[in-house]
Write a protein that binds this ligand. Structure first.
Ligand SMILES: Nc1ncnc2c1ncn2[C@@H]1O[C@H](COP(=O)(O)OP(=O)(O)OP(=O)(O)O)[C@@H](O)[C@H]1O
Length: 887
């Protein structure tokens, strides 16, 4: 920044920028001072409807404009329309966190690495983005995590082991021996395992917030002294109501933090007495410590009912560095050689006035304290600037009231001493903040004019060879590699990196015109003798080195010669191998081309297989579909068939029932007829019934069927008479089958197996007869060629009289090849029982009783019923032999 040209100033009507004088600039550079770097960051508007009071005119200039209504008010107060301010850089609302870090904080981290102190603070009204800029959030990491990140990346390979540097509680550090540091490390580890101590809670990778904040990859910084060892320490304090609190303090069960005092160390640096300094080895460690501080801060605020924006937060990063020894492996055990540099990151409280926030009570006190501390900061900077200007003009100095506020007291040595100070002015461009922003700008304007002495880098030169650490490291790697290759001579190799080609300190100051000239000359002589001595030593050393070098060169030359010969032979071998390799390559190419061809074929085949598989799949699908269809049809038909068969079954059942009913009906009619017939038969005195319509005729008529001709006219009336003579010449149903009487009738007698012998005077006349006991079908009739049929039935009545009835009929062949019997005569023969009274009794029912004649009649006769007789009488066999018998 061109310090003077960027001094902001009010512009009257037309914007105008003041330029500081050339004299001021020259004097500043002469004293190697730098102005405070003031940057401006404009945050985005919260909503699109918000009015803005600010306009960014260029990368360094902004203009503040009051709104029209406000303008009226300001005009009345004598304010101007537009005021321009110039900064080192203006970050517009779309500037990224990385932009801000790269421009503002990266140079400060570089300072830190080079051993210089820096201070960076954010200033602005509440909600203007101070914390956002300094700390940021998970997605938009602020300056602090980025500083840590870049710092650790830079020193990662050059860090001292933990506890090599130990804070001495007076803002300085001491160096522990390797053994002591190891003990400390073990102690810490024990504490961690035991779950006590400050970092007992620590668990790496446990906090995603920390992990994400430490995940960017900035480029490491330049300017690192690679022969030094580094350690990073952090402190985190809060200034609230003008009291300093240590946010990393291990307060145990106590909830409230104890306020700390600020003290000055031996080098006139201010520090918080008894503050907890935590050594951190990684960025994650550091962020975890910060988070712990944040937690404490929130807890403290809850206890005190405070607001975070009402306190100043100071996060200090301290880098401790010290040179390494001759071998570049350990830190030189000399605390005088330690360099401590510090980067203080300060997030100031909101700068608004108490009148605006309309605070009362505690809040008013807070606001008052904030105002006081910021006012003191302002006053201090103002006085500082005035003093600096007065010093140029030779005027008296004003006493700067650093002690009036903790924040100024803490950073006194930055302003009084040396270092680099930067400030980011955070602006919320909304119209409501116009007045506050004006105040902020005024402060920024004044701050930019304050000059801070540039820190002189501390050179910790021990006279040791620069780069010794790296050389040593490389040498070790080389030895290790040789050992791995099995070269035994590697063990004896030694590296000499400690050679010093320096004649020592500068000549002492000699002024020989003073009274102490003698002493001075003596000192000078002593110095020169030492120098000559040293030179001799160096010469001798140089000679030895030169001899060694020469010897080495000769060895190298010899080796070179040997190597050249080897190389020539190897070249020849190489040539041969190359030719062979060419031949092999050629073969490979041929094989490759054939592989290509095969691959092509394979691809074609694969494609064909794919196509066929596709077709097969299609076919299979079709088949499955057809089968499915078939199955469906089958199911359909089977269900249809089931329905049909059900229907048929039902119909058949109905028909069967009808048939059965019909049959029953016919049976009933037949029974009825038979009953009548049997009644007629049993009637004792058979009156000569007119033959016109006897029951037998009725029966015959019914049973004859369509193929049977009525015999009524041709057959003479049958008379049932116990004395009836046998009749001959029964009319045939079919004239064609009539037999002549002269031929003689052939009788088929159908009787029981053991008939009761007929003891009657009258014997039945059956000439040319054949007896059968069973008549199953027409075969029996036709077999014997009978044309007459006689059914013999024997019954015993209740008096024991045996009655033998002979039912006679003609056998008439039928058209279907069967035969039928037409009964036309009944003969009744009776035997009187000698044991019973001659009184005749009619049988009570149609069944012949076996009582009384049991001994005389065989059992078969007794079982013959009228029904049986009727059914036998009614036997008409017709049709073919395999046809059912018709009844
Ligand atoms: N440049 C920016 N870009 C995006 N968001 C921002 C920016 N600056 C601030 N904000 C947002 O504005 C809000 C207020 O910001 P922040 O807390 O940093 O203000 P502050 O000045 O620190 O306030 P306080 O004085 O109360 O601490 C936050 O939600 C933050 O994310």
């Amino acid at each position: 920044m061109k310090a003077v040209s960027r001094t902001p100033m009010r512009v009257l009507k037309t914007p105008r920028v003041h330029q500081t004088t050339e004299k001021h600039r020259r004097e500043t550079s002469e004293k190697a001072k730098d102005p405070v770097n003031v940057f401006c960051r404009v945050r985005p508007l919260q909503s699109d409807g918000d009015l803005t009071s600010l306009r960014v005119k260029s990368s360094t200039t902004i203009a503040l404009n009051p709104h029209d209504q406000l303008l009226q008010h300001h005009k009345q107060n004598g304010a101007q329309r537009e005021i321009q301010y110039i900064f080192k850089h203006v970050f517009q609302s779309d500037a990224t966190q990385q932009d801000v870090f790269a421009s503002v904080a990266q140079p400060l981290v570089e300072n830190l690495v080079r051993g210089r102190n820096s201070l960076l603070f954010t200033y602005g009204v509440t909600g203007s983005g101070k914390t956002y800029t300094m700390t940021g959030n998970l997605r938009h990491r602020g300056i602090m995590p980025r500083c840590l990140d870049v710092l650790f990346r830079t020193i990662s390979d050059f860090q001292a082991k933990k506890f090599v540097f130990k804070p001495d509680k007076l803002n300085g550090f001491e160096i522990l021996s390797e053994e002591d540091a190891l003990l400390e490390r073990q102690h810490e580890m024990n504490q961690r395992f035991a779950g006590s101590g400050r970092f007992a809670y620590r668990n790496k990778d446990s906090d995603p917030e920390i992990a994400s904040q430490a995940s960017v990859e900035p480029m490491p910084l330049l300017g690192l002294d690679e022969d030094n060892m580094y350690s990073v320490f952090v402190t985190y304090v809060e200034i609230y109501n003008n009291s300093v609190y240590d946010l990393l303090e291990d307060s145990g069960i106590q909830k409230t933090l104890q306020s700390k005092i600020i003290r000055e160390d031996a080098d006139h640096h201010m520090f918080v007495h008894g503050v907890t300094e935590v050594e951190v080895k990684t960025v994650e460690d550091a962020l975890e410590v910060f988070q712990m501080g944040q937690k404490k801060k929130r807890m403290g605020h809850t206890v005190l009912n405070a607001e975070s924006s009402r306190s100043h937060s100071v996060f200090n990063i301290r880098l401790v560095q010290a040179p390494t020894d001759n071998q570049g492996e350990n830190v030189v055990q000399d605390r005088q050689k330690i360099t401590v540099s510090q980067l203080s990151l300060v997030d100031l409280a909101g700068s608004e006035r108490s009148s605006r926030t309309k605070n009362t009570g505690v809040r008013l006190r807070e606001a008052g304290n904030i105002n006081n501390s910021l006012m003191t900061l302002r006053t201090c900077l103002e006085y500082l600037r005035e003093n600096q200007q007065a010093a140029i003009n030779g005027f008296a100095h004003k006493k700067i009231p650093y002690r009036d506020s903790k924040i100024t007291h803490m950073f006194k040595n930055y302003f009084d001493g040396e270092g680099q100070v930067s400030m980011i002015v955070c602006i919320n461009p909304r119209m409501e903040d116009y007045d506050e922003n004006m105040q902020v700008m005024k402060f920024a304007e004044m701050t930019q004019e304050v000059q801070i002495a540039r820190a002189t880098p501390i050179k910790t030169d021990l006279g040791l060879t620069p780069g010794r650490r790296k050389a040593n490291k490389l040498f070790k790697i080389a030895v290790k590699n040789l050992n791995e290759l099995g070269m035994s001579e590697a063990k004896d190799l030694k590296v000499d990196v400690g050679l010093v080609y320096s004649l020592g300190p500068d000549f002492p100051f000699c002024q020989v015109d003073s009274p102490e000239a003698e002493v001075k000359i003596q000192e000078l002589m002593h110095y020169l003798e030492q120098r000559i001595e040293k030179r001799k030593r160096l010469r001798a050393n140089l000679d030895i080195k030169c001899d060694n070098f020469r010897q080495m060169l000769m060895n190298l030359d010899r080796d070179n010669l040997q190597l050249s010969t080897e190389l020539a032979s190897l070249k020849a071998v190489y040539k041969q191998e190359r030719e062979r390799s060419f031949a092999l390559e050629k073969k490979v190419r041929i094989h490759e081309s054939s592989i290509d061809v095969l691959n092509n074929t394979l691809t074609k085949r694969d494609r064909q297989i794919e196509e066929l598989t596709f077709k097969l799949n299609e076919k299979e699908n079709l088949l499955t579909q057809t089968e499915h269809e078939k199955e469906k049809q089958k199911k359909k038909f089977s269900s249809k068939m089931a329905v049909e068969s059900d229907k048929n079954k039902r119909e058949l059942e109905i028909k069967l029932r009808q048939q059965r009913e019909k049959l029953h009906e016919r049976m009933r009619i037949k029974d009825e007829k038979l009953r009548l017939v049997s009644n007629i038969i049993r009637s004792e005195d058979l009156p000569s019934m007119p033959r016109s319509q006897s029951s037998e005729d009725l029966l015959n008529e019914k049973d004859r069927g369509p193929f049977t001709a009525r015999t009524e006219s041709s057959v003479p009336a049958t008379r049932t008479d116990i004395y009836a003579t046998p009749r001959h010449g029964v009319a045939a149903a079919n004239n064609r089958h009539r037999r002549s009487r002269s031929a003689g009738d052939k009788w088929l007698e159908h009787r029981a197996a053991n008939p009761v012998p007929l003891g009657t005077i009258m014997q039945p006349f059956l000439k040319n007869r054949k007896s059968v006991t069973k008549l199953t079908d027409m075969k029996t009739l036709t077999e014997h060629g009978a044309n007459k049929y006689c059914l013999v039935s024997q019954e015993a009545d209740t008096d024991g009289d045996v009655e033998t009835k002979l039912y006679k009929g003609n056998v008439i062949p039928t058209c279907g090849g069967g035969a039928q019997v037409v009964f036309n005569d009944i003969e009744c023969l009776k035997q009187k029982s000698p044991v019973h009274s001659p009184t005749r009794k009619r049988p009570s029912n149609g069944t012949m009783s076996a009582l009384g004649v049991a001994s005389a009649l065989p059992s078969t006769v007794t079982s013959i019923t009228v029904q049986d007789v009727a059914s036998r009488c009614n036997l008409g066999i017709e049709g073919h032999s395999n046809k059912k018998t018709k009844i």
